[in-house]
Design a protein around this ligand. Structure first.
Ligand SMILES: *[C@@H]1O[C@H](CO)[C@@H](O)[C@H](O)[C@H]1NC(C)=O
Length: 400
């Protein structure tokens, strides 16, 4: 639910991200049910180094480029476990040797955690990072972040080892919270965030820090990560490789602007219902944001969508479009890079806000400054966040 950092003062903080459901949809305890599993690769460069080491006794030296390349073979996969109604997805991460469940957020660039330095009144029930075991304080460094839903956190900074699905950052900036807003305190499933936007919007001062992805990028088999979110069940993130079993057909790539620090792209036309012949266009810039629950689109698109939902209306009390529980929702089809992707209507029937009413998974992006392709959209695709080309790009394919 967090997503889209506002630290760079880019967007209004109009409480747009799930304002109604986070207040009205009760959260229940969610137990992590899957263990992260690393992926084992046959390791070419390591073999090269071993070979040279073996012969070093005989006077051979290890070529430094081969030694560097030997590190560049990490890759791995980590589970992404949904909270109730898929409000956010949490992934187990080892931070300084301790496992925390973090919300992976492509809309922000700070890795921050509940910690032993967080007041107990704000952190009871959370797993806490203990920097005293292996952390090194970055003296004088601070951070402070605000998210689009009005939540925020701030604190101090350590360097420590972080492991995600078997991919290791030996020295990662770990931002330990000394203060968190009530939204974070209350969600005891969530022990912090792991930002995957561009490091240009990291909030650490006096010197910005790199995201986990930027830290490990030179060591990954490929400089990319892939996201496979699912409705109501565990999905996963892959770092350093694309899992071809997770999609069908081909991957369509679209170029990314990093100007605002987000995975920003341009969406094309759209249609509502069974016809995938799209028309019109989705105006404005769009971002792919795993940390935002819903799909936020221009008013004209939202109006056209709910015109096809019987009983739908904008409900100012709930802060968004709602409709009767009995309504069947149409699909939403969107053209990105020349390929039409379909979000099933069942995904857009997001969550009950009363015994008779549902809150919609598509809502207005007016006032945000971007359209946000959050989890409602991402659940329908396998998404590749790719820096293997001269400019970053996003790839989308149909989930298998
Ligand atoms: C963090 O930023 C918020 C909003 O700008 C501000 O209200 C708060 O005082 C700041 N906290 C710290 C510890 O600097």
């Amino acid at each position: 639910m967090y997503g889209l950092t506002t630290a760079a003062a880019l967007v209004a903080t109009a409480g747009y991200v799930l304002a109604a459901p986070s207040a009205l949809v009760p959260r229940k305890t969610f137990q992590v049910s899957q263990i992260a599993k690393g992926k084992v690769f046959i390791n070419g460069p390591t073999q090269v180094v071993k070979t040279h080491q073996k012969y070093a006794k005989l006077g051979a030296t290890v070529p430094s480029d081969a030694a560097a390349a030997a590190a560049a073979v990490q890759s791995g996969s980590v589970a992404a476990n949904p909270e109730q109604y898929d409000e956010s997805y949490l992934c187990p991460v080892s931070v300084g040797g301790q496992t925390l469940n973090l919300d992976f957020d492509t809309g922000s660039a700070d890795l921050w955690v509940f910690s032993t330095v967080t007041p107990s009144s704000e952190s009871t029930g959370h797993a806490r990072y203990n920097p005293s075991t292996s952390g090194t304080l970055k003296s004088g460094y601070k951070w402070n972040i605000s998210y689009g839903d009005g939540s925020g956190a701030s604190g101090t900074v350590y360097a420590d080892k972080v492991v995600v699905g078997g991919v290791t950052a030996t020295s990662q900036a770990v931002e330990a919270a000394t203060s968190v807003s009530a939204q974070f305190t209350q969600d005891t499933n969530n022990d912090g965030l792991l930002g995957l936007a561009f490091s240009s919007i990291n909030t650490v001062t006096p010197q910005q820090q790199t995201t986990f992805f930027d830290t490990v990028k030179p060591t990954l088999a490929k400089p990319l990560f892939a996201v496979d979110l699912k409705k109501g069940t565990a999905g996963s993130y892959q770092f350093g490789y694309i899992d071809s079993s997770k999609y069908t057909g081909s991957i369509t790539y679209t170029s990314v602007s990093t100007a605002n620090g987000f995975w920003q792209f341009t969406a094309g036309g759209y249609s509502v219902g069974t016809s995938t012949t799209t028309s019109g266009s989705i105006s404005g810039a769009s971002i792919a944001d795993t940390g935002t629950t819903l799909l936020y689109l221009p008013d004209a698109v939202v109006t056209a969508y709910y015109a096809k939902v019987s009983g739908a209306k904008y409900d100012s009390t709930q802060g968004g479009y709602t409709f009767p529980s009995s309504s069947t929702l149409p699909n939403f089809n969107v053209n990105i890079g020349g390929t039409v992707f379909t979000v099933p209507g069942s995904y857009i029937k997001f969550a009950p806000v009363s015994s008779t009413t549902y809150f919609g998974g598509i809502q207005s992006s007016a006032g945000i400054g971007f359209n946000i392709f959050g989890d409602i959209f991402l659940k329908a695709v396998y998404a590749i966040f790719d820096e293997s080309q001269s400019t970053p790009r996003l790839g989308f394919a149909k989930q298998s």
